[in-house]
Design a protein around this ligand. Sequence first.
Ligand code: URA
Length: 261
Amino acid sequence: MSTDIYPMRLQKFLARAGAASRRGSEELMSAGRVTVNGCVVTELGSKVDPLHDVICLDGRPLRLGDDSVCLMLNKPAGYLTTMDDPQGRPTVRELIPAVEHPGLFPVGRLDFDTTGLLLFMTDGELAHRLLHPSHHVSKRYRAVVAGRLSEAEAEQLRQGVLLKDGPTQPAGVEIGESSARALSPRARHTLPAAAAEQTTVWCTIREGRKRQVRRMFAHIGHEVLELEREAFGPLQLGGLPSGQWRYLEQAEIQALHQAAG
Ligand code: URA
């Protein structure tokens, strides 16, 4: 590990060690939960030298594992999953600390209108293993689809359907509630009665083909109205607000390594 970045700000160290986000780390310090060489440090500008100082959270020592960085973003709709768009459209780069960590890239992609858990890392080898189809890393989506989804239709997706780029592998499908769609009076008259409803469905797949979930539902006659990724392998989006990111904790990074085989 190079020493030219030291000393570094304590809240940056805490975030890089996976204790919390930068803001969360400041809160940990203000709450008196962080010690440096046995002394509680609450002053936000304080600097530490991770090579020589002993930094503890709630009495437990923290370390920087290596220089690699892993974080998750709750992607809002309306952003492209790319670090650079020649046409100048909004990209996820604007939402993450890309200047601070120039090597970060998204692991896989979410469509422009898809929301939810998008992972970023600097470790190309881990990303490659997570995305490789042979490792079958699961992705769980919450979809809101037009119409009422029947058990028979869900069963087709569970078994696998034939898309134009080949058959899909068996998927996990759980049907949630159906409700009336919020439609304009005009749409209510023009749409068939069956499309005036919508159904929430949880769908877990272990592949990552382009627009796969949308195409699977289209295949059985249901347009996807909303799509959110709630989980990626062992990682859960949890309560992370839309548009916000956080560093992964050390245990989460270990779980990712395990999931990637
Ligand atoms: N499947 C889709 O159809 N879109 C996504 O963004 C992710 C999975």
